[in-house]
Design a protein around this ligand. Sequence first.
Ligand SMILES: CC(C)(COP(=O)(O)OP(=O)(O)OC[C@H]1O[C@@H](n2cnc3c(N)ncnc32)[C@H](O)[C@@H]1OP(=O)(O)O)[C@@H](O)C(=O)NCCC(=O)NCCS
Length: 202
Amino acid sequence: MDTTKSDPTPVHAGYIRRLWPADQSLFCDHLLRLDSESRHSRFGMAVSDEFLQNYAGHCFAHDSVIFGYFVDGLVRGAGELRPLFEAHDPTSDRVAEAAFSVEHAYRRRGVGTELLGRIIRTARNRQASELVMSCLASNRAMQTLARHYRADIRFEADQVTGKLIGRPPNAFTRAQEAFEDSASFATAFVDLQKRLFTSAVH
Ligand SMILES: CC(C)(COP(=O)(O)OP(=O)(O)OC[C@H]1O[C@@H](n2cnc3c(N)ncnc32)[C@H](O)[C@@H]1OP(=O)(O)O)[C@@H](O)C(=O)NCCC(=O)NCCS
């Protein structure tokens, strides 16, 4: 799997780009569309609409990075990375949490695989050494998906904790992320303008 493509990455009918605070309502709507089984797989427990609204309201804070899979202006899938360490503290364990969600109608098209590739590269650029996947040990889809990145992550016995393998970030991976961030920021701004215009004329 190539994790070095430019943004936005076309995935079948849609594309992937980083989400920004302006995309919060789109991200929230995506989470709200997840059925109860998907919510349980994603969060490891049953969660209500109120929980998801509250979650989406807070998840752009701190150093979190979220990628969204867009189809026709809606977020249909997301990959989230949350570093659980202070970037400038060399003594802290460099653990980051990752989570994924793809709506049913958009599954098994490689979206989850693409999102994981982005998350691994982002984690590497932040010099995380461990990726904790907040998913159940029985999650076959997640395990199958992660096998595409055997060269990058090795899973521990519990199947939910991935150790990032060796490869440190380099100038290219960092420059690529910076380039993609600025492109996706501009796209998010244009998308927001479109949504504001559409809601103004209706
Ligand atoms: C896990 C999830 C993100 C995968 O998304 P996706 O877009 O369907 O993933 P992909 O299309 O990239 O599939 C990756 C691999 O998993 C396989 N796969 C997908 N669903 C599967 C399932 N239910 N059982 C077994 N394998 C499955 C695919 O066939 C594919 O294998 P292949 O590349 O060898 O053909 C999605 O199923 C989902 O949102 N599940 C609910 C939330 C969740 O479990 N999140 C994980 C918490 S961290």
